[in-house]
Design a protein around this ligand. Structure first.
Ligand code: NDP
Length: 466
């Protein structure tokens, strides 16, 4: 039996990726280090479209040379362990792909190790969850271009399509693909939190019911906010709990989990001096949500604002929320794409920002109408310093910024935390401030630590005996 590709790891994602490949005409060998998952998957399949192997060596030998192996196993030590078992079985020119959420620095280390054996290693960002893996995810491959070219026909076939084009493009060398996936997830955190805050305002400040908010989101999904996250939030809000009959969201515990990619995004930004406050605020919002017991205890202890007799005109304020959400989204994506740009410069990756926006248009969790305008912005100016100053976004923020101010002010006055919306406004206002207050910081640093400062009216480095 000669198989055209092999998939290792038959969990949620791996089994669906393997089926996606088989559905697209590939002869797929599958292997899992414990036989249970393989047996379970094969029992579920009616036709014999995947070929199972229970020995790694037989699995590898069944593959046509150069061998193409796609790993979809738990990120971290499991990947290293699979790679170590594979190395003695592979030959020069074979290609190993890691489709899991590996940290891009781990990918660079593994790339170097396999390169020493002449084996290609591609770190492949895959987004789209369980369903996307089966029906077409967004795929972000990084590594050596010639190895990517070997597997490109398969990856582009299994990827989602947007306007007929595959949502898969070569991202850049070494860990670039996994880096782009990591920041994608950071942007996803911010996008999700912004939507949650819009919901909070509609529910708490405008007194709307969950059903009314679902209707509003549905309307928004027909306009410029159209996106997978708005679409699924609409469906989530319509779902009733089978036990109580209440909206299911009302019985879901308000403690958010996370698997670490948002944290990695923030850590990388902090390490490299990249301002991604909205993305990091979304991460902190999840951390704060986890302190449920403390929040419940603090509620009767800590004072809020005086009760205000504020009767907001609903239609008007719903539109303010919509515009504030769009504005927040623009700021969050501006930060994520700044992280791409600045990191690309650090590593000399030459990340194709326009194409990254294009492959996010379908398959992935942050897929949205909005990504078309981002890609147009980079098409017009590839070295754009920040999305905010692209003509489309400068015009849009000019019309929407007042709505964001209205929502954030009302949140502050009513004691409702809107961390990502507030952070978006602070970012927008900071970014458009030519003369910041960092002169005070520099003076303070020079005062207590003789750290020196520069002047805005002459060259040189100065120190004052304060
Ligand atoms: P699952 O937990 O469903 O599957 C993990 C797979 O890894 C299983 O096949 C498991 O085998 C295998 N595995 C675990 N430990 C080892 C080991 N030491 N050696 C060999 N194989 C091992 O996870 P998912 O399918 O959800 O995720 C797989 C990867 O894809 C992860 O990196 C994840 O972050 C990433 N990902 C997940 C997405 C999602 O929506 N779920 C989206 C995009 C990426 P066994 O069960 O027998 O232990």
């Amino acid at each position: 039996m000669v198989n055209t590709i092999g998939v290792i790891g038959l969990g949620v994602m791996g089994s669906n990726i393997a089926l996606n490949m088989a559905n697209n005409g590939e002869q797929v060998a599958v292997y899992n280090y414990t036989s249970d998952l393989t047996e379970k998957l094969m029992a579920k399949l009616e036709g014999q479209i995947l070929t199972p192997y229970y020995e790694l060596e037989a699995f590898v030998q069944s593959l046509a040379a150069p061998r193409k192996i796609f790993l979809m196993v738990t990120a971290g030590a499991a990947i290293d362990s699979v790679i170590q078992s594979l190395i003695p079985l592979l030959q020069e020119g074979d290609v190993v792909m890691d489709g899991g959420n590996s940290h891009y620095e781990d990918t660079e280390r593994r790339y170097d190790e396999l390169k020493a054996h002449g084996i290609g290693y591609l770190g492949i960002g895959v987004s789209g969850g369980e369903v996307g893996a089966l029906t077409g995810p967004s795929i972000m491959p990084g590594g050596d271009l010639h190895f990517y070219n070997e597997v490109a026909p398969i990856l582009t076939k299994i990827a989602a399509k947007a306007d007929g084009e595959p949502c898969c493009t070569y991202i850049g060398p070494k860990g670039a693909g996994h880096f782009v996936k990591m920041v994608h997830n950071g942007i996803e955190y911010a996008d999700m939190q912004l939507i949650a805050e819009a919901y909070t305002f509609l529910r708490g400040n405008l007194g709307l019911t969950v059903e009314e908010i679902a209707d509003i989101f549905e309307t928004w999904n027909a306009g410029e906010l159209k996106s997978y996250l708005i679409e699924i939030t609409t469906e989530i809000l319509r779902k009733k709990d089978a036990v109580t009959g209440l909206p299911l969201v009302d019985v879901i515990l308000d403690q958010a989990g996370q698997k670490g990619t948002g944290k990695w995004t923030s850590l990388q930004a902090i390490d490299n001096g990249i301002p991604t406050s909205i993305i990091t605020e979304a991460l902190f919002a999840r951390y704060l949500s986890a302190l449920k017991e403390e929040r419940v205890q603090a509620q009767p202890i800590l004072a809020g604002p005086n009760k205000r007799m504020q009767n907001l005109e609903k239609e008007q304020w719903i539109e303010y929320v919509r515009q504030a959400l769009y504005m927040g989204k623009i700021c969050a994506y501006a930060q994520g794409f700044t992280q791409y740009k600045m990191t690309s410069e650090i590593y000399n990756w030459n990340l194709p920002l326009k194409d990254i926006a294009l492959i996010f248009r379908n398959g992935c969790i942050i897929r949205a109408e909005f990504l078309n305008v981002i890609s147009e912005a980079y098409d017009e100016k590839a070295d754009l310093a920040n999305l905010l100053i692209a003509p489309y976004f400068a015009d849009k923020t000019a019309s929407y910024q007042q709505s964001l101010r209205n929502i954030v002010c009302e949140g502050i006055q009513s004691g409702v935390a809107l961390p990502c919306l507030s952070s978006s406004l602070a970012y927008y206002d900071s970014y458009r401030t030519g003369a910041s207050n960092a002169n005070i910081l520099q003076a303070q640093r020079d005062y207590f630590g003789a750290h020196t400062y520069k002047r805005n009216d002459m060259e040189g480095t100065f120190h004052t005996e304060w």
